[in-house]
Design a protein around this ligand. Sequence first.
Ligand code: AMP
Ligand code: GLY
Length: 423
Amino acid sequence: MNILILGSGGREHTFAWKIAQSPKCKNLFVAPGNSGTAKIATNINIGVNDFESIKAIVLDKAIDMVVVGPEDPLVNGVHDYFLNDEAIKHVKVIGPQKEAAELEGSKEFAKQFLYRHNIPTAAYESFTKDTVEQGYAFLESLTPPYVLKADGLAAGKGVVILNDLEEAKAELKQMLVDAKFGEASTKVVIEEFLDGIELSCFVLTDGKNYKILPTAKDYKRIGEGDTGLNTGGMGAVSPVPFATPEFLNKIEERIVKPTVEGFRKDNLPYVGFVFIGLIKVGDDPKVIEYNVRMGDPETEVVFPRLKNDLVDILLAMANGTLNTIDIEIDERAATTIMLVSGGYPEAYEKGKEITGLEAVEDSIPFHAGAQLEDGKIVTSGGRVMAITSYGDTYQEAIKKSYQNIEKLHFDKMYYRKDIGFDL
Ligand code: AMP
Ligand code: GLY
């Protein structure tokens, strides 16, 4: 098979690393890819939302399957684009259709879905510019902290949590009236604050059957001790030690089953990955959010633990035969530490040479914001590289990643030294 992966992050390098191991994959392409995917696949320099160019490549390279990494093209309808075009209709696309991708594209859509199917989540109400006064009143009725979410995609920045009522009201005004997040904040969801520890659950579905991948926990804040600004993710651990079999069973029965059943009942066309952001409140799981893709950097710890041929799984998802697959998991723990550009998630410099990769032993460096330039590997984004290791325990795996990071260098390199501190 000829396979095209859309995306350019650590998640997509991990997809490429796993797919390249399959004897069923003949030619592997990544658009646009990075310096990591360049080594194991052919990079094609086109954007993930440039559907016409993607179609041209699919025809030119006789692509049989497209695996969509990020949410953007899904929310923009890339799967529907294929289905509506006779020339590329036959190509298998891994990722939900536009209507189902709204689970990530609109927080309100997701909340309505959760409520409709009785899936545990925080209580909420949503507001627009015309109902901002009711929004203030709703905030007054809540106890702090206040959770405000821009309805649409806001590059991971659309959630604001505040302790002060007046600040929360001002934030609500900025979002709704002053269009702080543009189109994305024409609607704002205000939620009950849930107090607990977070984890991520990853589900594969063909629309009727599902399989659950190992859980993972990511570290979203830039600073040690989970402080400072939110990032895309600074590190991850799998499995999650506090996710006991009993707790996992609650996740499956109360959340995964009704979610997949909900896709069927609501006629939401879903072939792809469901990333369920969860919070453990007391002993019970509640849903914080749905993402319609794999997580990054969670993929960098989940896929290394998957023993199956990923192409077999992707084919079963596309063909509606996921029930025939037995997921096999490596018992070892996997951890990853993200190396980022100094200044991230705010302004940072690019084009810094990354050295020391040849000295890395017993860890896998998954490239993210890194590109080949004149034979050198240079930084090209905020999150630069995820260093993944295995261990009999997560502590051992983390130690290996940190030992290898000692050998790596680029100007203003930063990483958190406390991944796993809270487990
Ligand atoms: P989201 O973009 O929906 O994942 O939200 C970003 C982060 O905000 C989550 O990872 C949580 O840490 C936090 N968060 C979102 N919703 C809530 C909530 N209802 N209660 C507490 N924390 C929340
Ligand atoms: N690491 C969180 C995400 O991929 O959204």
